[in-house]
Write a protein that binds this ligand. Structure first.
Ligand SMILES: O=C1C[C@@](O)(C(=O)O)C[C@@H](O)[C@@H]1O
Length: 254
């Protein structure tokens, strides 16, 4: 499997990496979140721009992005606009999604861009191309906030995302019972043993899903999201707790 190098970070190698999401509505809130987040020494910071009050104004997004970049020094930065249908806070048109992501990619301020699998194919293709031209890593994602699809379906989505040319792929699902969590872990293990060509991230959300957030070392999931001030998805634990558990598992799995 290929690993992905983002600044000093080597995704897909060693202990699963810790990503802290920032969910502030204003730059002031985000500055506060970022100073807390930095103390946890995250491997990456995710700006969940769909939570930003002014996300409908690209100028304001770019200005805030430049400020965020300054505040986090050289910590790798992931930009995410999570669409409403995949659990995000705001709804925008497809045209706006593409325009926003393109300008953010071209800003020179980010390292990684989240692109959702279920977009119009032409949009994903253009965004991937734009990212390539600007040396930005593509993290392709898919979220099911209601259910945990059949194993074959989950595996097919991960493989489809790999085939689009993305550098990293991510699947988050909602378990309804313990078996669903185990199925997600099974799919991850299958991905690791048989299909993964690129680093992947698999998450079972909600309170039942905790094993998936800490078990990446075992089943091959390359990173996990942990909060500093606000969780960005149900079931997310704090970055401090996450680090402790990931390190413990890492130490004993050698
Ligand atoms: O896709 C993901 C994963 C996530 O939904 C989680 O469950 O931790 C959190 C989001 O911020 C991120 O974009």
């Amino acid at each position: 499997m290929e690993t992905v190098k983002i600044k000093n970070l080597h995704l897909g190698k060693g202990m699963p990496k810790i990503i802290i999401p920032i969910m502030g509505k204003t730059l002031q809130e985000m500055s506060h979140e970022l100073s807390e987040a930095k103390q946890e020494k995250p491997d990456m910071i995710e700006w969940r721009a769909d939570a930003f009050l002014h996300v409908n104004n690209i100028e304001k997004v770019l200005r805030s992005l430049a400020e965020i970049r300054k505040l986090i020094d050289d910590i790798p930065l992931l930009f995410t606009f999570r669409t409403y249908k995949e659990g995000g806070r705001k709804e925008v048109t497809l045209n706006y999604y593409e325009e926003l992501l393109s300008q953010v990619i071209e800003s020179g301020c980010i390292d990684v861009i989240d692109v959702e699998l279920y977009m119009e194919q032409t949009i994903t293709e253009r965004l991937i191309q734009c990212a390539r031209q600007n040396n930005v890593i593509v993290l392709m994602s898919n979220h099911d906030f209601q259910t945990t699809p059949a194993n074959g379906d989950m595996l097919a989505r991960l493989i489809a995302m790999q085939e689009t040319g993305a550098d990293i792929v991510k699947l988050a699902v909602m378990p309804q019972n313990e078996e669903d969590v185990l199925r997600l872990l099974q799919v991850a293990a299958k991905m690791k043993s048989t299909y993964a060509q690129k680093p992947f991230i698999t998450i079972a959300m909600g309170p039942l899903g905790i094993l998936s957030r800490i078990g990446g070392e075992v089943v091959g999931s390359a990173a996990s999201f942990g909060s500093a001030i606000q969780a960005s998805a149900p079931g997310q634990i704090t970055a401090v707790e996450l680090r402790y558990m990931l390190q413990t598992i890492h130490r004993y799995s050698k």
